[in-house]
Structures are given as structure tokens and as C-alpha cells.
Design a protein around this ligand. Structure first.
Ligand code: ADP
Length: 158
């Protein structure tokens, strides 16, 4: 069975994330969308809420499972028996960070491989950070996030 882990903050999940996980679900038997519970990041949505929202967004994908983790990613991947780490790439600006991260993870766990998937043309300008900022000021992000995320953002900013 070919499994992959797609880790991130997903604060909140966007159409860019959804595009990556949807495409990955065709190439792997099992995909874990793994939400990092990183206390040092000041999250807009609690970890429980991010899990709940992500679950609602991927419920149509039978082989995608949403989990949260608060240990080193490579340790969590090994615990889950996963050998492939998936990350998304939007632009050259992402590349530097992703390259560093992938190299660091390879140093920590050479048996794991990082695969970078390029965003599709509709997702390259979307980031969770921008979505949060635009939504905070009442901008329309309805075309950039799934409906449940849009509703959740409306609720916290109303
Ligand atoms: P992190 O805090 O770990 O960067 P994010 O939730 O922001 O977590 O992103 C998780 C992964 O998804 C990262 O590899 C990021 O580059 C990728 N990603 C984020 N937004 C997009 C997008 N619009 N298209 C493709 N990949 C994306």
C-alpha cells in the first residue's frame, strides 16, 4: 500500500491545499492530511476546529484521512508507516523554504522521501495567511476556500 503524508498548518485549509490533496489521492492508496499542532504559531482556528473543518472538506475523498500531530513530522510519519512526505509548491519563493525543509527531513530520516507537487493555475496566489487577512477585513474569499471554510471565517469575523 502506497501512503503519503501531507503536513501543514491548514489554518485554514484553502482551495490550493484541496487541489494538492485531491490530486495526491489519485496517486496514493492512502493520504494523511496531517495538521500540525504547533503551539508556537498563533493559530486563528484551534487544532480541533482545523481538523473538523478539513474533515468536512475532504469527506468526498475515500482514501484521505485527517489527523493532527504534535511531535516531529518524521517521527509521526514513521509511526504511521508512511514513507512519502508531500508538500505543495506555489512559486520560487516557496522553493527555498521547501528545499531546506526537505533536506532537513532527509538528514533526520533518510528513509523518507519528500515529494513536491506544483500548484495548479487556480491556486498559485492562494495562501492561508492572505485568506485570513482578507477575511478579517471583510474581503471576498469565497472563490479561494471551500464553502465550510468560508462560513467558518464569516462566523469568527461577524
Ligand atoms: P505550513 O505552515 O507547514 O507551511 P501550510 O498549511 O501553509 O503549512 O501549507 C502546507 C503545504 O501546502 C505547504 O507545502 C505549502 O507550500 C502548500 N500550499 C499552501 N498553499 C498552497 C497552494 N495554494 N497551492 C499549493 N500548495 C500550497
Amino acid at each position: 500500500m502506497r501512503s503519503a503524508i501531507y503536513p501543514g498548518s491548514f489554518d485554514p485549509l484553502t482551495n490550493g491545499h484541496l487541489d494538492i490533496v485531491q490530486r495526491a489521492s489519485h496517486s496514493f492508496d492512502r493520504v494523511l492530511l496531517a495538521i500540525s499542532n504547533n503551539a508556537s504559531k498563533n493559530a486563528t482556528f484551534s487544532i480541533e476546529r482545523r481538523v473538523e473543518l478539513a474533515q468536512a472538506c475532504v469527506s468526498h475523498l475515500d482514501n484521505v484521512e485527517v489527523v493532527s500531530f504534535n511531535i516531529l513530522l518524521v517521527d509521526y510519519a514513521k509511526q504511521q508507516g508512511v514513507k512519502t512526505i508531500l508538500r505543495g509548491l506555489r512559486a520560487t519563493s516557496d522553493f527555498e523554504y521547501e528545499f531546506q525543509l526537505a533536506t532537513m527531513n532527509r538528514k533526520l530520516a533518510p528513509e523518507l522521501e519528500t515529494l513536491l507537487m506544483m500548484t495548479s493555475e487556480n491556486g498559485f496566489y492562494i495562501s492561508s495567511r492572505l485568506i485570513r487577512e482578507i477575511a478579517r477585513f471583510g474581503g471576498d474569499v469565497s472563490s479561494m476556500v471551500p464553502k465550510v471554510i468560508y462560513d467558518a471565517l464569516q462566523t469568527i469575523h461577524s
